[in-house]
Design a binder for this molecule. Sequence first.
Ligand code: NAP
Length: 292
Amino acid sequence: MKVGIIGTGLLGKAVATRLLNTGHSVIVYNRTVEKTESLKKLGAKIANSPKNVASESELVITIVKDASAVESVSFGSDGIIHGKHEKLIVSDMSTINPISSRKIAKRYSEYGIPMIDSPVMGGRSLAEKGELVIMIGGKKEVYEKCKSVFDSIANKSFYLGENGSGNAMKLVMNLQISILALSISEGIILARKSGLDPITFLEILNSTYFKTGMSVNKGPKMVKGSFEPSFFLKMMQKDLDEINYTAEKFGANLPFAKLANQLYQRAVKDGMGELDYTGILSYLEKANKLES
Ligand SMILES: NC(=O)c1ccc[n+]([C@@H]2O[C@H](COP(=O)([O-])OP(=O)(O)OC[C@H]3O[C@@H](n4cnc5c(N)ncnc54)[C@H](OP(=O)(O)O)[C@@H]3O)[C@@H](O)[C@H]2O)c1
């Protein structure tokens, strides 16, 4: 399949890199064109609009910030719908809420364009290794047509049902991640306040059944105060908005999700939005008058 990628931020660039490195023909568009330069060197074709990406691709994957960005690249004046052709399929990999995702899929269907949602677990480094996990919502036969492309970037994909199901599951997943980052941060702070070495806290945690990828891979970096972003803290806060909106719409009462959002919101307000999401530790340390 000829693949188009719209949005070459942290995740989109890594997905496009993986597709190029596995022999796919890839055309990309990004609103800020400078972020496509490294992909051009790897052999990507650079388009000057989402419309042009669509007219030259069989599968267009949108990987942009939020639902309004998805709508803009989809239905805007130079949007994907204007590049429509018979074989075109759209797959939205952005993390948005399932209600918006369903509305966007319905709008695409009015133009005769099949759309699925395909949000992912895993960031830049897993994308570049082809080890993402993809959650799919939409028509199964549409997903099956795209499967070979998904298999290049992910080691597992889960088909979950109607449009929006992938996004609903992705929000369930990011609820875990946002709260886990808070839990490890509070553990590091309590260890420090108790006069204990937080690295020993992690060593003990990682010797038990309760270890996680985050406590193994990100924990030591958190203790060192190293928050180079693989997923921006401001993006996690955006996802907590989506989690809380979805909970309200679907009638779920989630006290932790509300509290987590308040903490991430305050960290963004304090200028920490461009740290990795695990930089929530920095915000809590500041509130505790601790230096990392
Ligand atoms: N990074 C990860 O590990 C990860 C993992 C899973 C899911 N996600 C999700 O993937 C999506 C992208 O995240 P990211 O980490 O790649 O973020 P990022 O580095 O901040 O990139 C955001 C992308 O969205 C584009 N964008 C924002 N607003 C736009 C608009 N109005 N019109 C057109 N393009 C717009 C940006 O274009 P400009 O460059 O012009 O600003 C950029 O390409 C988000 O929904 C995020 O939640 C990310």
